[in-house]
Ligand binder design. Structure first.
Ligand code: BEZ
Ligand code: FE
Length: 293
């Protein structure tokens, strides 16, 4: 194939891929090439813009390290993560909705007994979280595994802090035989996603802020159920309608009740303010695997 021009290049690239044997890869690559070319045609992409785009993606890659995933931030702030989450987790009415995973989950968070302090010394006001894990038909999900993670009062996850020695604001618990769970932590506050890199510069150039409304992350799993990755958001937060990663769903917004003082849910007497959050999760039965074409 020679003498390709702006009219013929797209078909030529697709024809070159004709022998791809992986059908799913062929579907994805064919569509990606078509959309990329259509984009370049639609905006009449200049060489300077093409070079700037290459430099931007190079910078995004160079900003990644074991505690910083700039490509996830890029996907999140462009709404791609919410789109992928939504189309892969369609659930019956009544199930707890899923939302974006974010880049700050770790899979080796410490195990805690019910009632433990997952904050583990993290700075912030105390908060007692409790609720039940149920199926869509209302049955308890005994022993459901709950992985929780959150930022501190300054908006930083433990993994973002240089020199940290132990997990703070994250942990794994198991619901009891009646599907009930409870733990202590700190009150979540709104925070900006890391914005000192290329994604932050992109947001600024587009006139957007980097803030997320206050939330607590959960990943809940149990045999026979679809794993739920979600957050609970704090009602009243300034950023509920402008979350920079488009993750808020009304059904996930809850009241974090402030108590000036009194007897906390763990029976201790507190002369200082503390918060309580009660939130139930409803799991979707496990879905048979489907091949998207
Ligand atoms: C988070 O909530 O942890 C998060 C989600 C998306 C981007 C950055 C942070
Ligand atoms: Fe978060």
């Amino acid at each position: 194939m020679r003498n390709l021009n702006e009219e013929t290049i797209t078909q030529a690239v697709l024809a070159r891929n004709a022998d791809m044997t992986d059908r799913r890869l062929k579907t994805v690559m064919t569509s990606l090439i078509q959309h990329l070319h259509a984009f370049a045609r639609e905006v009449r992409l200049t060489e300077e813009e093409w070079a700037a785009g290459i430099q931007f993606l190079t910078d995004v890659g160079h900003t990644c390290n074991p505690s910083r995933q700039e490509f996830i931030l890029l996907s999140d702030t462009l709404g791609l993560s919410t789109l992928v989450t939504a189309q892969n987790h369609r659930k019956p009415q009544g199930c707890t909705e899923a939302t974006v995973f974010g880049p700050f989950y770790v899979d080796d968070a410490p195990d805690y007994a019910l009632g433990a302090d997952v904050g583990n010394g993290m700075a912030g006001e105390p908060c007692y979280v409790s609720g039940n894990v149920r199926s869509i038909t209302g049955e308890a999900v005994p022993g459901a595994k709950l992985e929780v993670w959150q930022a501190d009062a300054e908006g930083f996850y433990d993994v973002q802090k240089a020199g940290r020695t132990s997990a703070q604001g994250r942990g794994t618990l198991h619901a009891d035989a009646s599907g009930h769970y409870h733990f202590k932590t700190i009150v979540a506050e709104c925070y900006p996603i890391p914005h000192d890199g290329p994604v932050g510069r992109m947001l600024e150039a587009m006139g957007r802020h980097p803030w997320r409304p206050a939330h607590l992350h959960f990943m809940i799993s149990a045999p026979g159920y679809e794993t739920l990755v979600t957050h609970v958001f704090r009602d009243g937060d300034t950023y509920l309608d402008s979350d920079t990663v488009f993750g808020v769903r009304s059904s996930l917004v809850a009241d974090w009740v402030r108590h000036d003082s009194g007897t906390a849910p763990d029976g201790t007497r507190s002369d200082n303010p503390f918060y309580t959050l009660d939130f139930d999760f409803v799991l979707n039965p496990a879905q048979p695997a489907t091949a998207n074409q």
